[in-house]
Design a protein. Structure first.
Length: 165
């Protein structure tokens, strides 16, 4: 369990019972993103339905990590094996729980999981306009590799990596 700043934050692998709540939070967060176009939002929300989240944790139990504070869902981190690397697909914190170290706690737990599963690297991407992710990833020691223009959904992304082995 990783705790940063708030001892009441617990990071655990998602249970099947949490899938609906995680999917709803995912939908809420993605819908509110000002830097994702409509096509990107629609596609990403479809990818992370409750059913698909359940399937993911059946194959990889810690592929969906959730943060809870005082029993409430505060955030999530979704990852998967990507040809021997760990791909951090999404991490987000509920708006009412932001600026409390929960995003960092999720990333720390992800790194622990990566090391336990013998991954040597975590990679991810974020939109160039996503300042919040850029700050958290940099603070957690991720290295900005490059900017890819006109990429997924016709938008610009930054690729990141962190060596964990």
């Amino acid at each position: 369990m990783s705790n940063i700043n708030h001892p009441k934050v617990t990071i655990v692998g998602m249970h099947q019972d949490d899938a609906e709540a995680v999917s709803r939070l995912f939908n809420q967060i993605v819908q509110a993103l000002p830097y994702y176009n409509a096509n990107a939002k629609q596609s990403e929300i479809k990818k992370y339905s409750a059913e698909l989240l359940r399937t993911s944790v059946q194959h990889e139990p810690e592929s969906v990590l959730i943060a809870k504070r005082d029993g409430e869902l505060a955030g999530f981190c979704i990852s998967e094996n990507d040809d021997g690397l760990m791909w951090l697909a999404w991490f987000a914190v509920h708006p009412s729980f932001r600026k409390q170290g929960i995003g960092l706690a999720l990333l720390e737990r992800l790194e622990e999981t990566a090391r336990q599963n013998k991954y040597h690297k975590i990679w991810c991407d974020c939109r160039t306009e996503n300042q919040a992710s850029r700050v958290v990833l940099t603070k957690q020691g991720y290295l900005e590799l490059c900017t890819v223009r006109n990429h997924w959904y016709g938008q610009d992304f930054i690729l990141w990596e962190k060596l964990v082995a």
